[in-house]
Design a protein around this ligand. Structure first.
Ligand SMILES: [Zn+2]
Length: 369
């Protein structure tokens, strides 16, 4: 039904970023990105293979699959995102969601969101309101989480549970079918997302005078006709995701396995980072002395652009690195990231410790082990 419809996004005349990006998202000075419609709800930018790598590594160490837990967290995140739109509409939402025309428009909106966030290229093949939807998905950043997003969006639109099926039909191309279901797993209810109050302040960022996104965002290229975004400075694909999914997944697993599980998250993240440091830093890694600081400064600037937190303090002395991050998007993942980068740059095994001097503030110290 898409026919000749173009997937091209309209751009800001000044900075070239897609206009919908600046309409839907705010880059705040406090190191966070939030939704325009829901100022408490965070969005983060991640390297697209980051979650695959992390989940795989955690699964290998635990010997159990965590895919279904991630699925439920993403399903709830999706409902929260589109729920904000529904809430804005107020009582009108109930009237509109009874209209087939509105529902069709909403489904096209889901496809738009997928392209704008670099999650995939999604095209509707069939949609029967209240019953089922079929879409062709190209280049999904993660097939399970992508499916969870679609299922969550449909559940919200149709106000009932949905289930899904995926079939691979070509090179990174899939047919995703969703259909109304009688019930959903009990685990889903436990995985409510918990947005927390953000730490204020931060440092002003240089912004586009026209659309107000950070000028650094110009290092991103949107290839919306393929459904992907590339950070050109690093040559890696990135994806905009709901900021609470990793924490919700970890919390659920820690409830089952105990708090020790978080050590494993830090280790898994450290190992992934060490392996990918070259890409993350976008430069060679035989660094020492002042260049350690330079490399970290460059990395920390990226943290703000990616909405992962505000680096409020960095100190590098002879034998340790100290960093303070306000609004860390996930404390353990950042701990793993810092120790991984340190190992890659300094070339020695590292040990990371941290404390939380205030709510939404994390203070890290990385030293040779
Ligand atoms: Zn602009």
């Amino acid at each position: 039904m898409d026919g000749d419809k173009t997937h091209k996004l309209k751009r800001c005349r000044e900075c070239g970023s897609p206009r919908k990006v600046s309409q839907l998202l705010n880059w705040n000075d406090n190191g966070t990105i939030t939704q325009s419609l829901n100022r408490n709800f965070r969005v983060v930018i991640l390297h697209s293979d980051f979650l695959d790598g992390l989940f795989e590594s955690v699964e290998k160490r635990l010997g159990v699959s965590i895919g279904h837990i991630a699925f439920e967290a993403q399903r709830n995140a999706s409902k929260t995102v589109f729920g904000a739109v529904k809430q804005k509409l107020g009582p009108l939402a109930d009237i509109l969601t009874r209209s087939t025309k509105f529902k069709r428009a909403a489904v096209e909106q889901f496809n738009d969101t997928a392209r704008i966030t670099g999650q995939c290229l999604s095209e509707t093949i069939e949609y029967i309101p209240g019953e089922r939807g079929v879409a062709r998905i190209r280049n999904p950043f993660n097939l399970d989480l992508m499916a969870a997003n679609v299922v969550g969006a449909f559940e919200l639109l149709e106000s009932k549970p949905f289930e899904h099926e995926v079939e691979k039909v070509g090179d990174d191309t899939y047919i995703l079918k969703v259909a109304s279901a009688s019930e959903k797993p009990e685990i889903s209810e436990r995985m409510e997302l918990r947005p927390s109050k953000l730490f204020p302040g931060g440092k002003p960022q240089e912004r586009c005078p026209r659309c107000h996104v950070p000028t650094d965002l110009s290092c991103f290229s949107w290839f919306e006709e393929q459904g992907i975004i590339v950070d050109e400075r690093r040559g890696i694909r990135v994806v905009f995701l709901d900021g609470y999914v990793p924490s919700a997944v970890f919390r659920e697993i820690a409830t089952e396995l105990g708090e020790d599980f978080y050590d494993l998250v830090v280790e898994a993240e450290r190992d992934w980072t060490t392996r990918n440091a070259g890409k993350i830093l976008g430069a060679g890694s035989e660094l020492s002395g002042d260049r350690v600081k330079k490399a970290f400064e460059r990395y920390l600037e990226m943290l703000r652009l990616y909405g992962q937190g505000n680096p409020a303090f960095l100190e590098v002395d002879a034998d340790a690195l100290s960093v303070i991050i306000e609004n860390p998007y996930e404390v353990h993942l950042l701990a793993g990231m810092f120790s991984g980068l340190y190992e890659a740059i300094v070339g020695e095994r590292a040990r990371v410790t941290w404390d939380l001097p205030r709510e939404q503030v994390a203070r890290y110290r990385v030293k040779p082990a």
